[in-house]
Design a protein around this ligand. Structure first.
Ligand code: AMP
Length: 576
């Protein structure tokens, strides 16, 4: 197939707003594609040269593309001109189509090493772009420029439009993943659901299209996870403890680690690099690490690789988070991980500076001998986590399985006190759905809003904190003074605790063992998850999951929230 034929179809697709028509047009194009062309067509339609699991990119910045276009357009055009036109036209395809690149055809054919004056075939474009991606090291910019120039010099205006977009990853034909999925179903008469499943585990439209054509439904059923081919990470939505317990009765609660996502692949026989297109050899690394968007990050994280190499024997794919840690093992902010994560240079020096820890929380593939089926995506969370704990006990997340909100709350408090970001709540029965931001994983929702409460009491801390307050009693205004609504101990750093003690101690009016009473003077801003009716507190309502946010020294106790407001919030009729 000529690239020109692909460009014609791309233009038709772009002009077609109706989804159904789009699917038939894509299906026709897939049917027309020759043996080796099918995967290329499926990828190009989505503006990709490589499958989703393959971390390679063309590594062509806009400026290099402008230079290649300018060169192909002739001596009168510069990269600056291309950039200026882009500012007018707004998109690179229109600019490329207006440059009359075909005028240089003879020269381009020469530069591309061919003698033909026809435009390139689809396969030639694919090969050339792979060559562009492969150019590395010194001189690579020149090599990329030469190859792109060769390509651009051989194309007509219409071809130039789609080639330039492809090079810059801006294809935008309006052909979504769903349309390609449905088109594969229509073109090769296979079950769309099987196509969807195969796409989820393989992360490769080209391969799935080929399998659908060659081996139909049966072939698609066979598609499984492969070590060395990362899948999209499963994602989380915001949720609440109460909501999760209502839906599932029991939750799996885990620490939410504030780091960078990694997918860890291990194979004792080695994992070949994606570009190699060959079987692995014993010289290939046995561990490779991938980021959340499936690019490879192994080189940047040598200690994680070494740790996994030492501990794992069988093939495995694990999901987790890499966290930067202080000398005492406590977690450091997310920004610290970023100093390590995609680093290509000075990895060893940074390894000394920022220590990393691996926390794994899921197991997608367990290839141990005797393990019943490698691919665990369809297994429930509880089973996957049990496998994870067997495979890598040192790095497996701690899970609290609980149906009790207070127990989950205590777990969260402990997580926050240990310096973590919060907790995740997972449905015990849920399968692993790559790329999906579904309802099965919830990150505990940050407090929707805050309330201002008066601090009317406190409890002294224990042990080394015996001279500081630990828990503060909160109250809100009513017709007859202040009524309590809960206690807050969460969200306060050690340093802050000392300051709060100093601030509140002068207001103590009574003391009874561990507890003190304050004159109502100080107002705390607190976050919370929910307000519930409660016989425990004077107001008849209690804050669930209260957290300290700030001292409102700009507010007097009279300005604090009231029982009446709590009533309205609890009923869901507050519009303040
Ligand atoms: P967010 O990035 O705020 O949408 O939160 C979801 C992210 O939290 C995930 O993509 C993971 O990278 C990260 N995360 C941290 N700890 C966990 C955990 N225990 N389970 C799942 N994801 C986690």
């Amino acid at each position: 197939m000529q690239f020109a034929a692909f460009a014609d179809r791309a233009a038709e697709l772009e002009a077609e707003p109706a989804d159904l028509e789009t699917v038939s047009l894509v299906a026709d194009l897939l049917c027309e594609a020759g043996a080796d062309e099918l995967p290329v067509v499926a990828r190009f339609l989505q503006g990709r040269v490589f499958p989703g699991w393959d971390g390679r990119t063309l590594d062509v910045g806009p400026r290099l593309c402008y230079e290649a276009l300018a060169k192909a357009a002739g001596t009168n055009v510069t990269a600056d001109d291309v950039e200026a036109r882009l500012a007018d036209e707004g998109e690179i395809g229109a600019v490329a189509a207006g440059l009359d690149l075909g005028g240089q055809q003879g020269l381009g054919a020469f530069a591309a090493g061919g003698g033909e004056s026809d435009g390139p075939t689809l396969t030639e474009v694919d090969d050339a772009l792979r060559e562009v991606a492969a150019a590395e090291g010194s001189g690579s910019e020149d090599a990329k420029l030469a190859t792109l120039f060769g390509l651009f010099s051989r194309v007509s205006d219409d071809e130039a439009r789609y080639l330039a977009r492809l090079v810059l990853g801006e294809m935008r034909l309006g052909v979504g993943e769903g349309a390609v999925r449905d088109a594969i179903g229509e073109a090769f008469e296979v079950e769309p659901e099987l196509v969807a499943d195969a796409l989820q585990v393989s992360n490769d439209y080209g391969r799935v299209a080929e399998i659908a054509r060659e081996s139909g439904d049966d072939g698609l059923r066979e598609v499984g996870l492969t070590v060395g081919r990362p899948v999209q990470s499963m994602l989380a939505q915001a949720g609440t403890v109460t909501g999760a317990l209502e839906s599932w009765e029991e939750v799996a609660a885990e620490i939410k680690f504030d780091g960078a996502r990694v997918q860890l692949h291990h194979h004792p026989d080695g994992i070949a690099p994606p570009a190699a297109d060959r079987e692995p050899t014993p010289d290939d690394p046995t561990v490779r690490l991938y980021s959340r968007n499936t690019s490879e990050v192994t080189e940047a994280l040598p200690e994680i690789r070494e740790f996994a190499e030492e501990r794992l024997d069988a093939p495995a794919i694990l999901d987790g988070e890499v966290v930067a840690v202080a000398d005492d093992g406590s977690p450091l902010p997310f920004q610290e991980v970023l100093r390590r994560f995609r680093r290509k240079h000075e990895v060893d020096r940074m390894r000394e500076e920022v220590a990393l820890d691996l926390h794994t929380f899921d197991c997608l593939l367990d290839g141990r001998e005797g393990s019943d089926g490698d691919d665990l995506l369809e297994e429930p969370f509880r089973e996957r986590h049990a496998r994870l704990t067997e495979l890598l006990p040192e790095a497996a997340s701690e899970v609290l399985y609980s149906g009790d909100a207070a127990e989950v709350e205590a777990f969260e408090q402990a997580a926050l006190e240990a310096g973590h970001e919060g907790i995740m709540l997972k449905c015990l029965k849920s399968t692993y759905t790559p790329g999906d931001r579904g309802q099965d994983w919830l990150k505990r929702k940050p407090d929707v809003e805050t309330l201002d409460c008066v601090v009317t009491g406190a409890e002294w801390g224990e042990g080394r904190r015996a001279n500081e307050f630990g828990t503060f009693l909160l109250a809100v205004g009513s017709d007859h003074g202040y009524e309590t609504v809960g206690k807050v101990a969460t969200g306060i750093t050690d340093e802050r605790l000392a300051e709060l003690t100093e601030l509140l101690e002068p207001h103590v009016i009574d003391e009874d063992g561990q507890t003190v009473e304050f004159r109502p003077e100080v107002v705390f801003e607190v976050g919370y998850e929910e307000i519930q009716q409660s016989p425990t507190y004077g107001a008849g309502y209690a804050l669930r999951f209260p957290r300290f946010v700030e001292v409102r020294d700009d507010k007097d106790p009279e300005d604090a929230d009231t029982v009446e407001r709590f009533e309205r919030l609890a009923e869901g009729v507050d519009d303040a």
